[in-house]
Design a protein around this ligand. Structure first.
Ligand code: MTE
Ligand code: MO
Length: 218
């Protein structure tokens, strides 16, 4: 098997007509009409009886925490309006995401004092590493809904992470848990050529752009 590539399907070519009021975009991004589906690999089938959400790794009390789907989706719901910037250069603008703030998870399962990073884990072993500060942002959300509707399977149902201030790959669809880490470690795309930090406003697209201290040795 060769190098994985991000695949967009659906209306990925439909640009927003010029003349429309265009909000400010990160450098090198173009606005996208509609909502393309972009991921590597197959769409997992949701089996509620087998689904759980886990927090593990360096928790403050050393214990893991696990929720059923029913328990997790009963946590307090909030909304965040945020764009989704794909590193392949389209941005899906103005979505209203609904779900459970990452901060709620940090409150319910405090990390050990020496935790600096987290790994968000999804079905089939997809992962994305985040600085604890990025995860703890008030806008970081475990989303169940977009624009008031449940996510569809291809967009991450039943749960996906949204980290509005980072590129889209930092938000795993079909997310199943979070690992608290006392050192940084690269996730799926960060091991495969994408920037360890992934800030679209700094155009941190590729690992060759990394500066000393941006990430673990490749
Ligand atoms: N599990 C998983 N989540 C993923 C991906 C993936 O390949 N697998 N791709 C990411 C990328 S690169 C982007 S841009 C967004 C796209 O989300 P969308 O398909 O809902 O637009 O999902 C992210 N989440
Ligand atoms: Mo992406």
């Amino acid at each position: 098997m060769g190098q994985p590539v991000e695949r967009a399907s659906g209306n990925a070519s439909g640009a927003v007509p010029s003349g429309a009021a265009q909000p400010e975009l990160p450098p090198g991004q173009r606005p996208q009409r509609g909502w393309p589906v972009t991921h590597y690999g197959p769409v997992p089938k949701f089996r509620p009886e087998r689904w759980d959400f886990r927090v593990f790794g360096a928790t403050a009390d050393g214990e893991k925490r696990c929720w059923t789907h029913e328990e997790f989706t009963a946590l307090p719901y909030t909304t965040v309006v945020a764009d989704l910037h794909c590193v392949t250069r389209y941005s899906m603008l103005g979505a209203e995401w609904g779900g459970i703030p990452a901060r709620t998870i940090l409150d319910l399962v405090p990390p050990a004092p020496d935790v600096t990073h987290v790994m968000a884990w999804a079905e089939y072993g997809y992962s994305a590493n985040l600085r604890l500060s990025d995860f703890a942002s008030e806008h970081t959300l475990f989303a169940t809904h977009k624009d008031g509707e449940l996510l569809t399977a291809e967009h991450g149902f039943p749960l996906r992470l949204i980290v509005p201030h980072l590129y889209g790959w930092k938000g795993p669809k079909w997310v199943r848990g979070v690992e608290y880490m006392t050192a940084d470690r690269r996730g799926f795309w960060e091991e495969r050529g994408y920037h360890n930090l992934g800030d679209p406003w700094k155009e941190q697209r590729y690992s060759y752009q990394e500066e000393p201290g941006d990430g673990p040795e490749l």
